[in-house]
Design a protein around this ligand. Structure first.
Ligand code: ZN
Length: 355
């Protein structure tokens, strides 16, 4: 046997091992590059998708000719203000919405009362920025703030809502409410319209950062509705209060708890350090304490007069007629909602008095 053979074999072996390792390293490098390429192309597809999805929603829903503008409140924050009126006036454009533009994307607050209104809102956002819509934060589940949500869901935004929202979504009355709007807001609320289920339900105060800006979602609980939240855009010092506060008009008392509502407002008015407060309806205010006071004094008064009537076992009709409403009767929306509010509070105070 050739004495050199083992040595040769060893050398060949070493070479093939090295070749094998080199191939492995090469393969890994190729895989890595391939992965990167896939990542990049997926990102490209995603960008393309978002643009395609936006193009789709722009033509998917019945057009709505409405006056709507995005008012700049601070460096990054805008308000879209609904008009005065009842739920079905002005194509249902009665509530406020807003948005905050960050370097990474846009945070939208409330989706208005129908998909076509949300499309108009999206168009106003696009006049300001081409950044992707990252999040839709819903202050509470009431038709005028939420029936446009599907537009933002369909373009890939994360839908965030407060605890209590599922109570509204699952309520027996919700399909009937939707059907009522399909009639009263025809054709803008139609068979295409559905109630969006949130991606995230927030049950406690939560901070988040987007594009270098900080936000705080404050969970209020059941005050105006089954579940309310507020959003603070910290950098601009702007609070979106949802319907916890109504600007310059009589509030609508929904299905929440007036006790909780009054307590929340009392808590809010302590140490408010804001540049602007954007209520759920009505004008934004640079005097948040004043804005809180109007809503608060109305609910306190309502509880006082209807509470007394319920305690005295009066009939609602007589009790309502006997109340002096002069402090509020000249305010916008008084004629539309005051009697209904009084009835809601009267019934809840009757319940409270037997509890
Ligand atoms: Zn509202």
């Amino acid at each position: 046997m050739n004495k050199k053979l083992p040595l040769i074999l060893a050398i060949v072996g070493a070479f093939s091992l090295t070749a094998c390792q080199a191939e492995k390293v090469n393969k890994e490098a190729v895989t890595e590059v391939k992965e990167k390429v896939t990542e990049v192309s997926q990102a490209v597809i995603k960008v393309k998708d978002t643009a395609a999805l936006e193009a789709e929603v722009l033509t998917k829903y019945p057009p709505l000719d409405i006056e709507m503008s995005a008012k700049k409140l601070a460096d990054h924050t805008y308000q879209v203000q609904g008009m005065a009126g009842i739920a079905t006036d002005n194509g249902g454009f009665i509530s406020n919405s807003g948005f905050v533009v960050t370097d990474e994307g846009v945070v939208v607050i409330d989706a208005l009362g129908s998909p076509p209104l949300a499309v108009e809102l999206l168009k106003r956002i696009r006049q300001v920025t081409d950044k992707p819509i990252k999040k839709l934060i819903i202050t509470h589940y009431h038709a005028d703030h939420v029936f446009g949500a599907q537009v933002f869901k369909e373009i890939g935004a994360e839908i965030i809502a407060p605890i209590g929202s599922m109570k509204y979504i699952n309520a027996d009355s919700t399909p009937a409410r939707l059907n009522e709007r399909r009639e009263s807001l025809k054709p803008w609320v139609n068979e295409q319209t559905y109630v969006v289920t949130p991606d995230v339900i927030i049950d406690k105060t939560t901070d988040f950062t987007l594009g270098g800006q900080e936000f705080t979602i404050n969970v209020v609980g059941a005050a105006h509705s089954d579940g309310d939240l507020t959003l603070l855009a910290k950098e601009d010092g702007i609070l979106f209060s949802g319907d916890i506060i109504f600007g310059g008009r009589v509030p609508f008392i929904g299905g929440g708890s007036t006790i909780k509502w009054v307590e929340t407002l009392a808590e809010m008015s302590k140490g408010l350090d804001l540049n602007v407060l954007v209520p759920g309806h009505g004008d934004a205010s640079t005097d948040p304490a004043q804005a809180i006071k109007l809503t608060s004094s109305y609910i306190i008064y309502m509880r006082e007069v209807m509470g007394a009537a319920a305690e005295d076992l009066e009939e609602f009709v007589e009790a309502y007629e006997a109340v002096d409403w002069s402090e509020f009767s000249s305010l916008p929306a008084f004629d539309n909602v005051n009697r209904m509010n009084a009835n809601t509070v009267f019934l809840s105070m009757e319940e409270e008095s037997v509890e």
